[in-house]
Design a protein around this ligand. Sequence first.
Ligand SMILES: [Zn+2]
Length: 120
Amino acid sequence: MLKQQRDLLSGLIRIHVLLHAAREPIFGLAMMEELAHHGYRIGPGTLYPLLHGLERGGLLKSAITKEGGRKRRAYRITTAGIKALDKARVKVDELHRELQEESPRQIRPLGGLGERGRRS
Ligand SMILES: [Zn+2]
């Protein structure tokens, strides 16, 4: 994925991660597969820094788990993460609505700057 494209979509990828972490503990490899299922091809070099960033920001919390002698790091959502996800849900709904519209809401036209714009 190109950097510009990845930058544009990185917030959406984070929301996906939080959404899944809200359902169950997530692991790096399984999360990469899940994201690939959604069409995001990102490697460990992108995903792990992203997970660490979410943990540093207090939205995820990780712990080492042992399964059959294998150690894996599991990420769980925090209370702050749940709040952030709820806010993101509202924003995504709004964006989705506007994307579905034939033409997005018109922003203030150039001629409509008001008194200050008209003086020059
Ligand atoms: Zn998903």
